[in-house]
Design a binder for this molecule. Sequence first.
Ligand code: PMP
Length: 393
Amino acid sequence: MSATFPPLARRLDGLQSSAIRDLLKLTSRADIISLAGGLPDAELMPRDRIAAAADAALSDRSRLQYTESPGWGPLREVLAVRESARLGRTVPVDEIFVTHGSQQALSLLSEVLLDPGALVIVEDPAYVGALQVFRAAGARIEAVPLDAEGMRVDILRDRLAAGQRPAVVHTVSNFHNPGGVTLVPERRRELARLAEQYGFWIIEDDPYGELWFDRPSPEPVATYSPNVIRLSSASKILAPTLRAGWMIAPVQVCRAVELLKQGADLCGSALTQQITADLLADTDWLAAHVDSVRQVYGDRAKALVGAVRARFGDQVVSTDATGGMFVWVDFTDGTDTTALLPRALDAGVAYVPGNAFAVSTDYTRSMRLCFTTSGAATLEQAVDRLAAAHAQS
Ligand code: PMP
């Protein structure tokens, strides 16, 4: 006899795991080279430095205790110094709020900024983790497409002029996940200006900004308007397991987030927050560490993009991968990337089809490739396998 359980809340109705995600569960097979994951390389994470910081933290028993909901004070101070340098203004500590990864900031902000039915504008293709939280908050979601220079702010401007009134515009300003592109400075300024003219919040979701390869990423959108809530994270430069993200937001927003954070998990971990503070405060070590991550990822990105262009020529248009973790590839020869996936898996390579990230644009002919977790030779082998699967189509 199968048990009948009471119903779950109606807000879950529209939320489901996609067929593509289910197919990608296969990618953990040992014979598959996966360009599908979105993970930083654990080999590059500073394990010994983290262990030393953990030891130092545990010499003080208070690190075993609960900490303040907005984050362990000394971490917020380190972050205030860091963000002041990034934003070119003095960021007070009470505008810094530490979250359980920047994903938690997205989740708490969606509750603080969005009434059910509120309009959220995201980029197309979109960061799926943001879509999930906005959907769970009951928001209406519209998308503005990306091009090589980031969000098409001109399209947003036209929609606003036509009467669309978002509560929030979400942007991954640097080295987009999944689109690979970076919002150019003119568009950053224009986006910030529009936020003030029409009175909406911008969530600038920036976990990849430090991972530039050739030249530093542009000034944050948050430089241009107080309506911008900026999110950053230690996940991609140190290690995701620290679950150390942070937001820079007006004090009123931080207070509202604090109320919800207390309900969600009371506070973060004083232990991992002290480890994070220790590593971020060691600025010479950090600069050298981040630089070495940039070097490795930059070499891998060039190897992947080079192989894609060499094997597929004018059958594809690919982003340049100037930073971050992803390359976005558009097939110009009509290849359907969802249909190609089972053949690619048979050939021993995985990627994420573009439509997994689509909101209202058709990305049937696109795919996201992640270059962080394999060396150059393996990436080239992966592209060979992809080309073999493609040749059968
Ligand atoms: N924003 C974007 C655009 C991401 O790609 C990710 C992680 N994949 C996150 C936020 C969340 O990262 P974390 O919670 O580890 O800081």
